[in-house]
Design a protein. Structure first.
Length: 393
């Protein structure tokens, strides 16, 4: 499958958006089929997905497959303009409409006439601009700031956002009627970690691109480097992958890229700890695939810890410890004694930590209730349990 990218990727070098997209992963092929179905129409499209997943590229693909392909494709970021300027940018303004308006200026809607207008980060639009955008979509005409004369337009709108618009509607930050106007066709872009089949062709694409800039042959990835790239969760998605490959091409030696040449970002977690990789979650079907042996399980654990380090997880050890306690307690069917035996810790220590984590009620911390909770015959302490005198001290 060929990689879809901007006609001139270098012109977008300072942006944070993805500059290449591929459809090798089965989930991506499903998305491509949907794009091919809806693109020929004039239906308004809402593209959702995390930052760096390629939302603008999907919008451009929709445009290139539509009847408007010979018309202009105009892309603007709604978060790039102040609240006082966004209306004049979108709808235009007349001379003298405000201080500094020395001449009439058409807005982006008029500039995209007979083509496609891509509104990125549409969730950042202020409520006043949302009202006017709704009217534009209903009436197919704009009224420039300072004018009373509407201007007819023929524009297909593709909007994109990385926020949950449904939640924004419930919070009162986004108009419900505008949401339904935008959400005629919804194209959801999965994060790169959920479409791993796209990683390898994107790696090859970026290796070739940046090697060509350096006028050299693309370096070869070692098996360890390739495994590390596939193990990473890519919180920055395609844009992060591009940056990692660009850096590796610059610093590698001997025509080969090894793990030491891979530089991952250390951004703070964008999600609370419970939303972290499933590999850390452990038992009870939380992992998509069970390891074949203890060596593979240990390697998966190490990879998960490295991912947490790459994320820049706050309070790393406390989070790992809490995850271990919760997972083992669940694995043990909420049996304290079995939990202490699996952890090879004193039952008093385990009981106190489980109580701190809110996994035990206060009455459950008494010795009598604990013994009643534990199965018959499970009354022996772990092999390395502390002596009773020390525990009482």
């Amino acid at each position: 499958m060929a990689v879809f990218s901007f006609a001139d990727p270098t012109s977008h070098a300072i942006t944070v958006r993805a500059k290449a997209l591929t459809f090798d992963d089965p989930k991506s092929r499903v998305l491509l089929e949907r794009v091919q179905l809806v693109a020929p129409s004039d239906a308004t499209v809402l593209v959702t997905g995390e930052s760096g997943t390629g939302k603008e590229l999907i919008a451009r693909l929709v445009h290139s497959l539509s009847e408007r392909r010979d018309g202009p494709f105009v892309a603007i970021n709604c978060g790039a303009f102040s609240e006082t300027l966004i209306e004049s940018e979108l709808f235009g303004h007349e001379r003298g409409a405000f201080t500094g308006a020395v001449a009439s200026q058409p807005g982006w809607f008029e500039s995209a006439n007979r083509g496609t207008l891509f509104l990125d980060e549409v969730g950042d639009l202020p409520l006043a601009a949302q009202v006017k955008l709704l009217r534009v979509l209903q009436e197919r005409e704009v009224v420039p700031v300072g004018s009373r004369k509407p201007v007819k337009i023929d524009v297909r709108l593709v909007a994109a956002t990385n926020v949950n618009l449904e939640a924004a509607v419930r919070a009162g930050n986004f108009r419900e009627d505008l949401y339904y106007r935008l959400n005629v066709v919804k194209l959801s872009l999965l994060p790169l970690r959920e479409r791993p089949g796209d990683i390898a062709p994107l790696i090859d694409h970026f290796l070739e691109r940046y090697s060509k800039r350096l006028r050299g042959a693309p370096p070869v990835l070692t098996d360890a480097a390739l495994a590390r790239l596939h193990a990473h969760l890519w919180p920055g998605n395609i844009r992060e992958l591009e940056n990692v490959i660009h850096h590796a091409v610059l610093v590698c030696t001997g025509g080969a890229i090894d793990v030491a040449d891979l530089q991952f970002s250390s951004l703070a977690l964008a999600h609370p700890p419970e939303d972290l990789p499933q590999a850390v979650a452990g038992h009870a079907g939380l992992s998509a695939r069970r390891p074949r042996d203890i060596g593979e399980a240990s390697a998966a654990l190490r990879a998960s810890i490295v991912d947490l380090l790459d994320f820049g997880a706050p309070h790393l050890w406390q989070h790992i410890e809490e995850t271990v306690y919760r997972t083992v307690f669940e694995y043990s069917d909420n049996n304290q004694l079995r939990t202490s035996r699996l952890l090879d810790l004193s039952r008093n220590i385990v009981r106190a930590r489980l109580a701190q984590l809110g996994l035990l009620k206060l009455r459950d911390t008494s010795e009598a209730d604990t013994e009643a909770n534990d199965a018959a015959g499970d009354n022996a302490e772990p092999a390395n349990a502390e002596p009773a005198a020390r525990r009482q001290a």
